[in-house]
Ligand binder design. Sequence first.
Ligand SMILES: [Zn+2]
Length: 254
Amino acid sequence: MEVTTGGVIYGVRLRPGFDYRYVGLTTKSADLRLRQHFKVAAGGRKTPFYDWLRKQDRNDVIADELDWLDGLDELGQAEISWIDYLRRDGQPLLNLSRGGLGPTGVVWTDEMREAARLRSTGRLGTSRFAEENPFFGRRHSDAQREKWARDRKGTNSGAANPNYGKFGEDHPSFGRVMSDEARSRLSEQRRGEGNPNFGRRASAVTRAKMSAARKGRPMPSSKRNAHTRHHTNKGVFNRTCQYCIEDAAKPNDE
Ligand SMILES: [Zn+2]
């Protein structure tokens, strides 16, 4: 198989005119790319270029090859240059981005985001939940799950985490408080079998480490003992302590 190392910059225009309406790059031919664009337009994609393309007579639209480049990076750079050049020349390009490879370079405004949200609401093929999801009730194979787990491992840890090194006000969840309802739902979910540690027991090595770390620190002999020392004697009410809750439920006649 031949490895593609280059491609063309093409400009889309109407046959009778010389105003380019769109500049793109392709590693195939400009004609083939134009046919693909018509297919996408027929599929209903909404961008200024596709909106325009849908309104044209197919036979009137032509894609000129403007430039031929060896190497993908050069190709991306050339696209940026062509878009820039034609824009400065006053040509009515409908490109949303300034071109180039990688992320499209489009900077979304709030208006664009809202318009995209409205367009995608209820669109088939986007997120469908519960029974409406074609995968509902099914389960990926163990091999697939293991592969994903491997691929994901470490991708969100340490410096790779987007919130790495962010503390206090710099952290996105700074000052966020969960509602009591959300807290109790979470607490409910993580009880018993819902707890990731349910039925598990730390390894002998881990237990030895935990034990060594506690050595010499005075520990209460029981939860009730801790409650008496840290809550009753200090007049503290802790809502995660079962004895505080029990005491509060007792009539005050002791
Ligand atoms: Zn207590």
